[in-house]
Design a protein around this ligand. Structure first.
Ligand SMILES: [Fe+2]
Length: 301
């Protein structure tokens, strides 16, 4: 079977209604962020898995009705944290175990980075140092995940800073992926954004990356920060999933594809609250283009 085309489901009724015709016809699978289907919060005195919210039922029904499988892409496991909060980590893993029984995720990825620093949860994963100690933390987190989902991995995250040379990140990523059935999720827009913001050549980065470990790729759009953010007036490329996929991201995907020998799916991501009626046709066209791009993929070139 060829590489499947996926689309991200968002916990937003307006998003799901507007895109319903596209969701029914275009993607082969759905990607969900498990945390967006949980309610309850840390420190609420509860034990065990977080309760499921209404979107867990909504997503599951849609998948059942359309016979489409799920993959999971979380944001809050904090796989790069050296000393994770044991209570938080246990509840996270308990929730994943419970969800796996229901959604049967084909694979589970999170973001490379730290989602908890000194006991404080951060919204977006932060960069961690490219050290053997941090790599050990990543490998241990992946092993914990593997107790519940057979294939696991992490995404190259979009960072606004790096703790080390960004062009050394690919080698460090390789050192995190030595365990069995551990994979990389290549997000080409994140790579594009990092290259612009940190000032490196994304093609040089791709040449260094273990592309044979890529199980999934992400394509999405983004936007620019306001020029008033920084005193210099420099604008940053943001991983905001709020617009059309730029040509630079398509080009990076096309360059990487022939070397992604283990690739199983490519997912188009779009954030809720950013889809207007006029965007529906754009998203449909992007999914069509994605399928055509995958059809031209020749591995090993
Ligand atoms: Fe992504």
């Amino acid at each position: 079977m060829g590489v499947a085309v996926g689309f991200s489901l968002q916990p937003d009724e307006a998003f799901l209604e507007l895109l319903d015709p596209v969701l029914r016809t275009e993607p082969d699978y759905f990607e969900i962020a498990p945390e967006t289907t949980w309610r309850g919060r840390l420190g609420d005195g509860e034990e065990g898995p977080f309760a499921s919210n209404g979107f867990a039922d909504r997503f599951h029904r849609l998948g059942q009705e359309l016979s489409k499988p799920f993959v999971a892409h979380g944001v809050g496991l904090s796989i790069g944290t050296r000393e994770p909060d044991p209570v938080r980590r246990r509840r996270w893993l308990d929730s994943i175990r419970r969800d796996q029984a229901r959604f049967q995720y084909e694979w589970y990825t999170d973001h490379l980075g730290a989602s908890v620093l000194d006991g404080i949860e951060v919204t977006m994963p932060m960069a961690v140092p490219q050290t053997e100690e941090a790599a050990r933390a990543v490998r241990a987190s992946l092993e914990q995940l593997r107790a519940h989902v057979p294939d696991v991995g992490f995404e190259n995250t979009a960072f606004l800073y790096f703790l080390g040379d960004p062009l050394k990140e690919p080698a460090w990523i390789s050192s995190c992926l030595t365990g069995p059935r551990t994979h990389l999720l290549l997000d080409v827009h994140n790579l594009y954004a990092n290259a612009l913001n940190a000032g490196f050549d994304p093609y040089e980065y791709l040449d260094l990356l273990p592309l044979d470990r890529v199980i999934e790729a992400h394509v999405s759009g983004g936007s620019w920060s306001e020029d008033k953010w920084l005193a210099s007036g420099m604008q940053l490329r943001l991983d905001s999933h709020d617009g059309a996929v730029p040509e630079e991201a398509w080009k990076l995907l096309e360059t990487a594809l022939p070397r992604c020998s283990s690739l199983r799916g490519v997912t188009l991501e779009r954030m809720y609250g950013t889809v207007e009626p006029g965007d529906v046709a754009i998203l449909r066209e992007e999914l069509t283009r994605l399928r055509a791009t995958l059809g031209r993929r020749h591995v090993g070139r």
